[in-house]
Design a binder for this molecule. Structure first.
Ligand code: IMO
Ligand code: MG
Length: 423
């Protein structure tokens, strides 16, 4: 099987946990977009692991992890993650990790530019400050530096010189900043290249060969559908295609090879950073859910904005991602609530919207239309079958299936690995 797992909201849906579970049955797990803006949390026993660049499956022995060409790699961050795991006794070998030579490299000037651009903007995006946007911009403008370039000092030298020529002028003249020195960056990044060389591979060929041999592959999406550069709440999005379709350019595996798409969704909604959020709570409820769900960003530690489940939003995700199955995460966070709401439409200037509108003004100002349901007010974490859930929790899940027109296959009712119901 070749399965894709994506986030159907604004990221942080709990993809790390689902992927950790599904990757047990896959030979290979692949990241195909995004960079270390992602933060995937996996809890094993009492230990919590947070991954930013490495696929979450790195914890499983005998499994291969691939960082596909669509990922933007900050080599310092990647080496840091590899070293962090090695300190915990987990050795990351070239057999276990393969990084595409075609990945674009996040350079120091990307990180600085990310911050400077945010400062200058009137409508701030609230980026993670990891240099993701500027790195993808260079890729598209055709001046990016790729992993394979770090392995060839002559090519790297000429590309870096070209970049600094242009960028230093921008830094000086537009932002009143100092020059980036060539020599320091050149030597630092060549040394990253030397350390990462053993992991670098033609992952497109590797993956297609593995598929030919009937290996199972799991594609691990980062961020969420509403952070997608095309289908998200632009411009409050990330700079890659986070939807299922992103797998193809980001890994070199063709759409004809993909068997199944699973959407991870939180039982409610959260968002980090700026941008419209129709079902966002008022501050009292916001604080309550944030503390119940421990809703703080795994990458930046920022408090996440919280709100009710938005059926209009997730239905749109189901369509654009061609979703076959849903995984409802963090249902247990709602255990104590008396009433729970599901948004089934938006209202703006007297008009009702059942489909997600393209106009950002409508998304920003629309009032959600809610269906209110009774809470279950009972703990769910011990349940291991759908029938063991309280009746109102079952009704909530069934209502979500009706609104989204897809079946729920997984229900997560706690943070630990085994706290999940598989139907
Ligand atoms: P995971 O994989 C939640 C958000 C940032 C910001 C916007 C653009 O853990 O779900 P960027 O640094 O990408 O240019 O920031 O995207 N963002 C995320 N929000 N989860 C993530 O990843 C995110 N990655 C980026 O907060 O609003
Ligand atoms: Mg996250």
């Amino acid at each position: 099987m070749k399965i894709v797992v994506i986030g159907a909201q604004w990221g942080d849906e709990g993809k790390g946990k689902l992927i950790d579970i599904l990757s047990k049955d896959s030979d290979i797990t692949v990241r195909y977009q995004g960079g270390n803006n992602a933060g995937h949390t996996v809890v094993v026993g009492n230990k919590e692991y947070v991954f930013h660049l490495l696929p979450s499956a790195i914890l499983h022995a005998g499994k291969v992890c691939v960082i596909g060409n669509g990922v933007v790699v900050d080599p310092k961050a990647l080496l840091g993650e590899i070293e962090g795991l090695s300190k915990k006794g987990l050795k990351v070998t070239p057999k276990k990790l393969k990084v595409s030579g075609l990945c674009h490299i996040v350079m120091p000037y990307h990180r600085v530019l990310d911050g400077l651009r945010e400062e200058k903007r009137e409508n701030k995006i609230g980026t993670t400050g990891r240099g993701i946007g500027p790195c993808y911009a260079d890729k598209v403008t055709r001046c990016g530096i790729r992993m394979i370039d770090l392995l060839n000092p002559r090519v790297f030298e000429s590309k870096l010189k070209d970049n600094l020529l242009e960028k230093n002028e921008i830094f000086r003249k537009v932002y009143g900043q100092k020059n980036f020195p060539f020599k320091g960056i050149y030597e630092e990044y060549l040394s990253y290249g030397r350390k990462l060389r053993k992991y670098v591979d033609n992952t497109m060929l590797y993956l297609n060969d593995a598929i030919e041999k009937n290996k199972s592959v799991l594609f691990e999406g980062a961020q969420g559908t509403f952070l997608d550069i095309d289908y998200g709440t632009y411009p409050f999005v990330t700079s890659s295609n986070t939807i299922v379709g992103g797998v193809c350019p980001g890994s070199g595996v063709a759409p004809t090879k993909i068997d199944k798409a699973i959407a991870c969704v939180k039982a409610y909604t959260t968002r980090v950073g700026e941008g419209p959020f129709p079902t966002e709570f008022s501050s009292k409820m916001d604080n309550e859910i944030r503390s119940l769900g421990n809703e703080f960003g795994a990458t930046t530690g920022r408090p996440r904005r919280c709100g009710w489940f938005d059926g209009v939003l997730v239905r749109n995700s189901v369509i654009v991602n061609g979703i076959d199955e849903l995984a409802i995460m963090k249902l247990d966070v709602l255990d104590t609530l008396k009433k729970i709401k599901i948004c089934t439409g938006y209202k703006y200037r007297g008009k009702i919207y059942r489909e997600f509108p393209m106009d950002s003004e409508i998304v920003g100002k629309a009032k959600p239309i809610y269906q209110e349901m009774d809470g279950w007010q009972a703990p769910t974490t011990a349940a291991r079958t759908f029938r063991a859930l309280p009746k109102n929790a079952r009704l909530y899940i069934k209502r979500l299936e009706e609104v989204l027109k897809v079946g729920v296959k997984y229900i997560s009712i706690g943070t630990k690995r085994d706290e999940i119901i598989v139907r």
